[in-house]
Design a protein around this ligand. Structure first.
Ligand SMILES: C[S@@+](CC[C@H](N)C(=O)[O-])C[C@H]1O[C@@H](n2cnc3c(N)ncnc32)[C@H](O)[C@@H]1O
Length: 251
């Protein structure tokens, strides 16, 4: 019979996730919600720098072509996906992961899930459209792949719309991270998959959105972020939520 470990304290680690994941207790998390780097090519990365990031550097100093984010981003292909995902089953009570990813990464995640006998579902975050090109389909969605074990049912909640595979949500306007995601998506996933006191894992924490959502809902969270600035931002965002201020409708 599988034993479970209970994580009772929330922690943010300023570290490489591979150094922390191997030391976390086995069978302790109810869900992983994470947003690893997408698989940019070097030229995309340079383009991002030229076209967009200069402004980000000017505004926040968070992002430049030589940053860790860019270096890791160019490397997050099938090999890295497999190495990362191989560490996750040991940590989960039952496999139940939501991973933001690029379209081109879906095949690697699906192949990994199938090799391990897990099921998968593809959810979409539909963003408001701001650029229309008439030569190709618009980039107005982001993909979230759910990889889960047989029998990992979602919680039964009042609102039917929570079960829709397409999430409609605005992009974050005053961003503290170049790829910051809306907290409401994370809150929805946490409400659907955990109960108060359950533990949520995010090994690619960025500006801390998963931890913010988990804290607001009274869940325990473990987040890992390697970058100095993003880690500090995550810590600040989490610290700004008063202890005990939870708003989970199911409490
Ligand atoms: C796509 S961003 C996450 C953004 C986040 N969802 C948010 O809303 O702010 C991915 C983050 O993973 C971090 N990262 C990349 N590789 C890492 C590693 N090996 N260990 C820990 N953090 C890592 C990057 O520094 C980056 O901030």
């Amino acid at each position: 019979m599988k034993y479970y470990n209970k994580i009772t304290e929330s922690v943010l680690y300023h570290a490489e996730n591979e150094d922390i994941l191997c030391n976390l207790p086995a069978y302790s998390f109810s869900v992983m919600i994470t947003d690893p780097p997408y698989n940019f090519t070097k030229s995309n990365c340079r383009k991002m720098y030229k076209e967009g990031s200069k402004r980000l550097v000017a505004k926040s100093g968070l992002y430049d072509y030589d940053s860790d984010l860019c270096r890791i981003a160019v490397q997050f292909g099938e090999k890295e996906i497999n190495a990362f995902m191989d560490q996750i089953p040991r940590l989960m009570k039952k496999m139940n992961a939501f991973i933001f990813c690029a379209e081109a990464q879906l095949t690697a995640y699906i192949a990994w899930a199938e090799r391990h006998g897990y099921k998968f579902a593809i959810l979409l975050w539909e963003k408001p459209l701001n650029i229309i090109s008439k030569s190709r389909f618009s980039q107005n969605v982001e993909f979230i792949i759910r990889i889960y074990d047989n029998g990992t049912a979602l919680n039964k909640l009042e609102e039917n719309e929570l079960y829709n595979r397409v999430f409609h949500s605005r992009v974050v306007t005053k961003k503290k991270h170049p790829t910051q995601k809306p907290t409401e998506i994370f809150e929805r996933l946490i409400r659907l998959t955990t109960k108060k006191g359950d533990a949520v894992l995010d090994p690619f924490l960025g500006s801390g959105t998963t931890a913010v959502a988990a804290k607001r809902l009274g869940r325990v969270y473990v987040g890992i972020e390697r970058d100095d600035n993003f880690f500090a931002t995550a810590q600040e965002r989490v610290d700004s939520i008063p202890e005990g201020e939870t708003h989970s409708p199911e409490d």
